[in-house]
Design a protein around this ligand. Structure first.
Ligand code: NAP
Length: 245
């Protein structure tokens, strides 16, 4: 079995996931870096974390697909032989529109990528986790605001992640496994380009009480805290990393 603690971060080729990988390795973790499309970006993150002297394994897997998830966890078994922390971070949003323009294809893609992935990755992690392990889900403040006129489908997937966090935390507490959640808002990443508005954080930041956008590293710090021993009596809870929204 691997001597160092091991973290799997889904969607860690860029953005919040990549920053979280760096944060964990700075605290001595070995890391499994997962991506779906951008191998070159995943390799860049792996090179960066290996400079800290840790083991980093890159695994391509579409975490909305059960067979890919099963292969991903088999690879973790083979390479590391343990899993201490799962960060369910992979997520997508689609171009901004109202409900009247949304079709079922778009909605179903969001449901499987943002929700199904979190269920099946958590299932595989819990099969392997020992007491003291933990899961951190990445939701969004959109779960509370509902994102009207932009993407209520995305917001609803994050509402589901919040409910999953609450239920699963109670379900696995008896195994000594903790389940918590962060809810970021307006963080500088590529995700807003995928939503059709590259400058979204700049446009909206003055609405936040802190009057600025957030950095991926600020979300990574909250994720690490919830996974760490410092939060050992904390489960089923949420940290909003959203500038006061
Ligand atoms: P991002 O920069 O767009 O990165 C998304 C990551 O998810 C990439 O590594 C991507 O891999 C991966 N991914 C997407 N679909 C995948 C799939 N089916 N299987 C495996 N990996 C997949 O996004 P981000 O802003 O860092 O967001 C990370 C999380 O934070 C998401 O859950 C998002 O909803 C949440 N969040 C973000 C914000 C924000 O303001 N940025 C606010 C609230 C919540 P590839 O690189 O290979 O495509």
């Amino acid at each position: 079995m691997n001597k160092a603690r091991v973290v799997l971060i889904t969607g860690s080729s860029r953005g919040i996931g990549a920053a979280t990988a760096v944060y964990f390795v700075r605290h001595g973790y070995d890391v499994c870096i997962n991506y779906k499309t951008h191998l070159t970006k995943a390799e860049y993150v792996a090179d960066r974390v290996r400079s800290y002297g840790v083991r980093a394994e890159i695994v391509r897997a579409d975490v909305s697909q059960e067979s890919d998830v099963n292969d991903l966890f088999s690879r973790i078994d083979k390479v590391f032989g343990r899993l201490d922390v799962l960060v369910n971070n992979a997520g997508v949003l689609k171009p901004q529109m109202t409900l009247l323009n949304m079709d079922a294809k778009r909605i179903n893609e969001l449901l499987t990528t943002n929700i199904t992935s979190t269920f099946i990755c958590s299932r595989e992690a819990i099969k392997r986790m020992l007491p003291g392990s933990s899961i951190v889900n990445v939701s969004s403040v959109a779960a509370k605001t509902g994102s009207p006129n932009e993407y209520i489908d995305y917001a609803a997937t994050k509402g589901a992640i919040d409910t999953l966090t609450t239920g699963l935390a109670k379900e696995v507490a008896c195994k000594g496994v903790r389940v918590n959640c962060v809810r970021p808002g307006l963080i500088y990443t590529d995700m807003h380009t995928d939503g059709g508005e590259e400058g979204r954080v700049e446009r909206l930041k003055s609405n936040l009480p802190l009057r600025r956008g957030g950095q991926p590293e600020e979300v990574a710090a909250a994720i690490y805290f919830l996974a760490s021993h410092s939060a050992s009596f904390t489960t089923g809870t949420f940290i909003d990393v959203a500038g006061g929204l």
